[in-house]
Design a protein around this ligand. Structure first.
Ligand code: AHG
Ligand code: MN
Ligand code: MN
Ligand code: MN
Length: 337
């Protein structure tokens, strides 16, 4: 019987980021320490998500709503506190924005660092009671030159982000990250508590066969949106229609889009003039990752990463995924602009 080869040279996320940092002489190692804090948060949340039913963490936090009007789940609140504590105690963060906090969080002097982190501590939480994959989404800006660290440091276009990523909590915890030089995927090995490189250089196929949108909003769709999705369902003779896949957890729908190709969308419509997804901590990180993986992300009319947020909880329409599929969206929307 052939002996299973034991891997004795594993590439952990920390080692991979350090290797990346070594390429930049001026690197101080601060980013590595910041990412270690984010990893700690994700490992801790992963444990709570996995044990949620056992620890009776399922269900609502007691009728509380966040600024977006979402009903907060117990796990939303716990995950939020886990990340705020991990980021604050890292000493590398000056400013935080969370989906679950109405106001921006400014870290006190003494612990203030040079990064700003915007995050959705638990994405897809309405699905948590059904055991569907959920996740954490995060994006990182450097504090602007000469800034003491304020809300102004996060009201900037997503094209100024230096790091973006998500961690998807499912049968295993999958971390997908970019530091501006491609996208890599890591899987948590619970036995050693490390994220191991399992998906190097994730690249989105240039065209896919899957579309992912909540068709329940079709009644409210604008004409351009209607025309686009109609073109996928009723293609010209000789072409196959696209398949529909919609999980309702952005992290899960985007992860599938990265690996299989196709398009994920949360469009603007007559009911929600900017769609539902929040620009800072859902659209920007996913758009940054999408472009770094060779795809595109548009509002329909402009590149998502070029949008400048008016408010820390601004919403933004988004179509992201395979380059050719997103360019089809842009062509149709151009006709209606
Ligand atoms: P969150 O759980 O962080 O509030 O995000 C939920 C979002 C996103 O995960 C998903 O793509 C979208 O809500 C689904 O919205 P609909 O149920 O309206 O389709
Ligand atoms: Mn929410
Ligand atoms: Mn979310
Ligand atoms: Mn959330």
């Amino acid at each position: 019987m052939s002996e299973e080869k034991v891997t004795t040279d594993i590439i952990t996320l920390t080692r991979h980021v350090l290797d990346e940092q070594r390429k930049h002489k001026e690197a101080s190692g601060d980013l590595t320490l910041l990412l270690n804090a984010i990893q700690l948060g994700c490992k801790f949340v992963a444990t709570n998500v996995r044990k949620a039913r056992l620890l009776n963490l399922i269900g609502l936090a007691g009728g509380v709503h966040n600024i977006s009007g979402d009903e907060q789940k117990k796990l939303d609140v716990i995950s939020n506190e886990i990340f705020i504590n991990a980021l604050r105690s890292s000493g590398k963060v000056a400013v935080m924005v969370s989906e679950e906090n109405e106001e921006v969080i400014i870290v006190e002097e003494g612990l203030k660092g040079k990064y700003c982190v915007v995050f959705d501590p638990l994405d897809g939480s309405s699905n948590i009671d059904a055991g569907v994959n959920v996740g954490t989404i995060f994006g990182v800006y450097r504090v602007a030159e000469g800034s003491p660290g304020s809300v102004k440091d996060v009201l900037r276009p997503g094209n100024e982000m230096v790091v973006a990523g998500y961690c998807m909590y499912g049968s295993s915890a999958n971390m997908v990250i970019t530091v501006g030089n491609g996208v890599n995927g890591y899987t948590l090995d619970n036995s050693i508590g490390e994220f191991i490189l399992t998906h190097p250089n994730i690249t989105i196929p240039s065209r896919g066969k899957i579309y992912s949108v909540n068709e329940g909003n079709a009644k409210y769709w604008h004409e351009a949106c209607e025309e686009y999705f109609h073109s996928l369902k009723f293609p010209p003779e000789g072409k196959n229609p696209y398949s529909a896949r919609y999980i309702g957890s952005m992290v899960a729908d985007v992860h599938r889009t990265f690996l299989y190709g196709g398009i994920f969308a949360y469009p603007a419509d007559k009911k929600s003039k900017n769609g539902k997804l929040r620009l800072l901590y859902e659209c920007f990180p996913m758009a940054f990752l999408t472009e770094q993986a060779g795809g595109k992300a548009t509002t329909g009319y402009e590149r998502v990463l070029d949008v400048c947020p008016e408010d820390i909880h601004s919403r933004c329409p988004i179509f992201l995924g395979s380059k050719d599929d997103v360019e089809d969206v842009e062509k149709i929307y151009k006709k209606y602009s």
